[in-house]
Design a protein around this ligand. Structure first.
Ligand SMILES: [Zn+2]
Length: 246
């Protein structure tokens, strides 16, 4: 792993003080690459937190242009950018936060066709897609390629966070063997809910990459921001899971 420059030591000083993290942890983040898909309300918050934390390379995947109704939650995007591709705006905004960051922006959503290609090039995946087809495609690719995956989800004021360690823990498809009916790309939510679950997903990624803390692996965090009640639920591998074999 490459050493830190004086400039990097200065930039990351406050987190270098975190017990157990230190210069070793920072060098691990610098050497790491993370795929974030999609990069909207949740994924944008994930990307911002990983960028400022000093992860070396981010691969972002999200198709389409910024819409007026994105801006209650997609804090990585801008009002002036409405009508232009999200993947044109996101890299600029992230490098404003951290000019050391290498960003690759892919103007595609994840499908079974591109998931393996996108996942193969990174160390860890943070899945932030609203649609189950995308989440399950990302999960299958991560399991097949043995990459840790953090799955972030939200609805109204509820958040869900799950960490998948292929071969060790349940995967997303253990929990959802089929796409649940009734899910839509658009749904009721606040930006603060997206930011909360995105920040928590980013912290899980930082812990996993740096080897600190206690990862969420094997459990799902379910939080209700309406009542501020949080609980962790054990998720077991399912025998015969088509993705991970159970
Ligand atoms: Zn599974």
């Amino acid at each position: 792993m490459l050493p830190l420059s004086d400039d990097e030591r200065a930039a990351y000083e406050w987190q270098l003080w975190v017990p157990g993290f230190g210069e070793e942890g920072q060098r691990r983040l610098k050497a790491s690459s993370v795929l974030v898909s999609r990069c909207g309300g949740v994924g944008g918050a994930v990307a911002q937190m990983l960028a400022v934390a000093g992860v070396g390379r981010l691969v972002l995947a999200h198709a389409g242009n910024i819409r007026p109704n994105d801006l209650n939650r997609q804090v990585l995007m801008t009002h002036a950018g409405i009508g232009t591709p999200r993947m044109d705006i996101a890299p600029v905004r992230l490098r404003d936060l951290n000019p050391r960051l290498v960003v690759e922006a892919v103007a595609e959503n994840v499908t079974d066709d591109n998931a393996a290609y996108l996942v193969a090039g990174v160390d860890l995946v943070v899945s932030c897609a609203p649609l189950f087809e995308e989440r399950l495609a990302m999960n299958r690719a991560a399991v097949r390629l043995n990459k840790p995956l953090i799955d972030c989800a939200m609805y109204e004021m509820e958040v869900q966070l799950m960490a998948v360690r292929p071969g060790e823990t349940a995967c997303l498809e253990c929990l959802y063997p089929e796409t649940p009916p009734g899910w839509r790309r658009e749904f009721p939510v606040f930006g603060a809910v997206a930011g909360a679950v995105g920040s928590m997903g980013a912290m899980e990624a930082i812990k996993t990459l740096a080897g600190i803390g206690e990862p969420l692996a094997g459990r799902m965090l379910i939080g209700d921001l309406g009542t501020m009640e949080f609980r962790r639920v054990a998720v077991r591998r399912r025998a015969g899971c088509a993705a991970c074999g159970g």
